[in-house]
Design a protein around this ligand. Structure first.
Ligand code: HEM
Ligand SMILES: *[C@@H]1O[C@H](CO)[C@@H](O)[C@H](O)[C@H]1NC(C)=O
Ligand SMILES: *[C@@H]1O[C@H](CO)[C@@H](O)[C@H](O)[C@H]1NC(C)=O
Ligand SMILES: *[C@@H]1O[C@H](CO)[C@@H](O)[C@H](O)[C@H]1NC(C)=O
Length: 527
């Protein structure tokens, strides 16, 4: 009997010893080695288990900005942040020169598994695909994101902006000025654009999902919500967390917890709703191929019908939709929302931007109302919106929706500049570092779009909110076009005023952005 107790105690002691080793001792040893080797070229951000996430959370609570520590760690020699996450340690490079070396060789790294929703929705999509599969996908999708192709989506973007502003106009009939949820407003536009760029104009009833509890939601809302809930599950369901830590993407293959099962059911319903859209469109196109439009779904389906060996399946189409929708919606709305917030605080720049768009459209004016005037905006006019373009760039600099690249781990030992990376170590880049570096951008916390009208070479190479290299953002042109249309349409109709009552909190979630949303007032311009 005593013997068994000893064995149990021994076992527990070993587990504790092993746990302390991998979670505490190992990272500390590695960091002290690094510190010896690289001195003040690195800064260590260590916290047991949660790692760098703890730093985001601490600054969010104490400073109202998740990346306050990054904005304030600049030193002339600093090249990388050494950080831990779970049992792993790694380096995040802050200098775009070193970042480039990583981003040019994506095949040296593997992406770290995300929680259940990521695996279930787009583990095989372009965003997570491995080298060979990725190349094929990027080639196919790349064609559709080419600047010339995006032109085809321009009328859709204009129409969506108008539709969204009409709703605001109705509220402004009763009141002189109203507070506006700018992120939500911008998201209405970017969500609809992402959805329709992919699926074309779809019967709205097909996009509704019925939940088990009887409530209803749309595919696009559910996609975002289920992803957030999938991360949140780890906080409430420790068994699910433990399974995930041990088994990663295989963890949901067996013994589902109640929480996992609920998520899985929602994910299945979501995929089914997407599949219904695909099936219905397939039927329409089977009857008449000539109705095919320039959206992803139609292109996939035509390719499927005409090329028996295309290998495209419904599942692949849905994976690609989820990836593109998620990559393109909240990122773009946060960029445009941040721009509107900064314009509310900088009335002079706001007026200059308004004059710019009025000037571009003045040839077409002929006594039209502001609303109608916007409908005259042509794709070619966008290149003349220099200040509005600079406003968006400056907003991306101050509030980059992607503050870092997706964390990866090294497939084998390698060298980045003078830094040795061990097989299995984590590697990432914090774009946000040089974007707020006073040595690169003088007065980095000041919103000054004019710096982009005469940007020097160094400022240009450090502008990497869309990452760099072969796996940079495929949707960046689309994002900038959406952003310009949103800003231009709003400036033509409304004065944007600050809302001093609203708390300004900058939070890292899936994207980095403002936590509260009633950031500005809109006041109708009487023309
Ligand atoms: C302001 C808006 C946007 C920002 C700041 C942004 C940022 C980024 C960044 C930083 C990456 C690289 C991620 C990494 O290295 O881990 C990326 C990749 C990607 N983005 Fe965007 N993005 C935006 C808008 C869009 C839009 C509108 C779309 C499509 C509709 C899109 C689709 C993608 C896709 C598919 C990838 C993966 C590309 C690949 O792996 O080859 N993004 N984006
Ligand atoms: C954070 O925001 C709260 C509420 O607006 C404010 O009271 C507090 O002073 C802010 N903290 C910092 C460090 O700015
Ligand atoms: C980023 O900023 C540092 C200064 O802290 C500078 O040494 C480095 O050259 C910058 N990177 C680039 C590519 O300009
Ligand atoms: C995404 O789209 C490309 C192009 O059709 C296709 O090759 C790929 O298999 C698709 N699949 C997934 C899972 O993303």
């Amino acid at each position: 009997m005593i013997f068994i107790v000893y064995i149990c105690l021994g076992l527990i002691a070993s587990i504790i010893a092993y746990g302390s080793y991998i979670l505490i001792l190992y990272p500390i040893l590695r960091f002290s080695q690094m510190k010896q080797k690289y001195g003040n070229k690195i800064k260590v951000c260590f916290s047991i288990g949660a790692g760098i996430l703890k730093f985001y959370n601490k600054d969010l609570q104490n400073k109202n900005d998740s990346i306050y520590f990054i904005r304030n760690m600049h030193e002339p020699n600093l090249k990388a942040i050494a950080f831990n996450f779970g049992t792993k340690v790694g380096l995040s490079f802050v200098d775009p020169e070193l970042q480039k070396q990583i981003l040019q060789n994506p095949h040296f790294y593997s992406k770290v598994d995300g929680p259940m929703a990521i695996t279930f929705l787009f583990a095989n999509s372009i965003a997570y695909a491995t080298e060979k599969e990725w190349k094929r996908q990027r080639l196919f999708l790349g064609k559709s994101f080419h600047f010339e192709e995006i032109k085809n989506y321009f009328p859709l973007i204009i129409e969506t902006c108008q539709k969204t502003l009409k709703k605001i106009d109705q509220k402004l009939i009763q009141k002189e000025k109203i507070d506006i949820q700018i992120l939500k407003t911008c998201q209405e536009v970017t969500s609809e654009v992402s959805f329709k760029v992919f699926f074309g104009s779809t019967d709205e009833t097909l996009t509704i999902i019925k939940r088990k509890d009887g409530s209803q939601t749309t595919i696009s809302n559910e996609l975002v919500q289920v992803l957030i809930d999938s991360y949140y599950l780890f906080q409430t369901d420790k068994l699910a967390l433990l399974k995930w830590v041990l088994l990663k993407r295989k963890s949901t293959n067996f013994f589902l917890t109640h929480g996992e099962e609920q998520l899985l059911n929602r994910l299945k319903a979501l995929r089914q709703a997407c599949a219904n859209i695909v099936a219905k469109r397939k039927e329409e196109l089977t009857q008449d191929q000539s109705i095919a439009k320039k959206n992803f779904l139609d292109q996939y389906l035509i390719e499927m019908a005409n090329n028996q060996n295309s290998g495209i399946t419904y599942d692949e189409i849905i994976d690609n939709f989820s990836a593109i929708y998620l990559a393109g919606t909240d990122t773009t709305s946060n960029m445009a929302g941040a721009a509107l917030y900064y314009l509310s605080l900088n009335q002079e720049i706001q007026q200059q931007a308004r004059e710019e768009i009025i000037k571009v459209l003045s040839v077409k004016q002929k006594g039209r109302m502001a609303q109608q005037l916007f409908s005259q905006l042509a794709f070619e006019d966008l290149q003349n919106l220099n200040l509005i373009n600079s406003i968006l760039k400056e907003s991306l600099r101050l509030m980059p929706p992607a503050i870092q690249s997706q964390t990866k781990f090294a497939n084998h030992n390698l060298k980045i500049g003078e830094f040795d990376i061990k097989k299995g170590d984590l590697v990432t880049n914090h774009f946000s570092y040089n974007l707020s570096n006073p040595e690169v951008f003088p007065n980095p916390s000041v919103f000054n779009p004019h710096r982009w009208m005469a940007a020097n070479h160094q400022e240009m190479v450090n502008f990497t909110p869309f990452s760099q290299g072969p796996r940079n953002c495929i949707g960046q042109h689309l994002a900038m076009i959406e952003g310009k249309c949103i800003i231009a349409s709003i400036l033509l109709q409304y004065e944007i005023l600050p809302n001093p009552a609203e708390k300004v909190v900058k939070q890292m979630r899936i994207v980095y952005g403002f936590q509260h949303d009633n950031l500005v007032f809109f006041k109708k311009i009487n023309s």
